[in-house]
Design a protein around this ligand. Structure first.
Ligand code: SAH
Length: 224
């Protein structure tokens, strides 16, 4: 396991990102510092080491690869875009060559709706629904069916929507962090080279699990 959050961020910054992002699929990669911060917090709660994790809409794999670097037992990368998967495979090769990775991985090329493996944790940075309204809804609905714990990025302004969908599906939001996600001009139709959008990262647990493991919510590191 990597010894520090900045080390993790540095390793993640070496990964390839989308060469030709498709604005319709909202392929906005998670920034390496933000991915490292989220993974570090999840690792402190022992949600990553020795756990099975699904990275839904994995893109080029930054979240799931970070989880492998933090000693996940197995990571499922679920992605529909073959071009993203090509880069994901190159990133996995790089990381396996340069680090001793104990965990396994499996790539599911296809729609998240076809993925039905039960896991301990879902980590996801889905399309935000800027192009297709609530494109992130189906990601959350899928996550609710396969995992008792979910860590998910969405636009910060969708707070009310996230709170409602979590409650309706019997998940309790235990943590919320906010980040300014840098988006390169190539990914949007903007004049500025880098545009930032406020994203929230929600951690939620199934209400049933939460009552079984109350220590999880009290010991969680929430220092941001
Ligand atoms: N998780 C990555 C990529 C985020 S962009 C990161 O954090 O950097 C969202 C990704 O979801 C894109 O790669 C897009 O191709 C993928 N995606 C969108 N809808 C999908 C669906 N229904 N099934 C599988 N993948 C999907």
């Amino acid at each position: 396991m990597l010894g520090s959050k900045s080390r993790l961020a540095i390793e993640l910054s070496k990964l390839k990102v989308f060469e030709d992002p498709d604005p319709h699929s909202e392929q906005y990669p998670t920034d390496s510092e933000i991915a490292a911060d989220m993974l570090w917090k999840a690792s402190f709660n022992e949600e990553i080491p020795n756990h099975a994790i699904a990275d839904l809409g994995a893109g080029t794999g930054i979240l799931g690869i970070g989880a492998l670097l933090m000693d996940a037992k197995k990571v499922y990368f679920v992605e529909k875009d073959p071009k993203a998967i090509e880069l994901l495979k190159q990133n996995l090769d790089l990381i396996r060559k340069t680090h001793e990775i104990k965990g396994e991985h499996e790539i599911f090329q296809g729609d998240i709706n076809e993925f039905n493996v039960k896991v301990d944790l879902v980590i996801q940075n889905p399309p935000f629904g800027t192009r297709k309204e609530h494109a992130d809804r189906e990601f959350l609905l899928k996550a609710f069916t396969i995992s008792p714990t979910i860590i998910s990025f969405h636009k910060a302004v969708t707070k009310k929507f996230i709170e409602k969908i979590a409650e309706d599906n019997h998940y309790k939001i235990t943590h919320y962090w906010e980040y300014d996600l840098p988006i390169k001009a190539t990914q949007l139709f903007h004049k500025r080279a880098i545009h930032r959008i406020k994203v929230g990262c929600w951690r939620m647990v199934s209400v049933k699990l939460d009552t079984m493991r109350p220590h999880l919510t009290t010991t969680y590191i929430n220092n941001r």
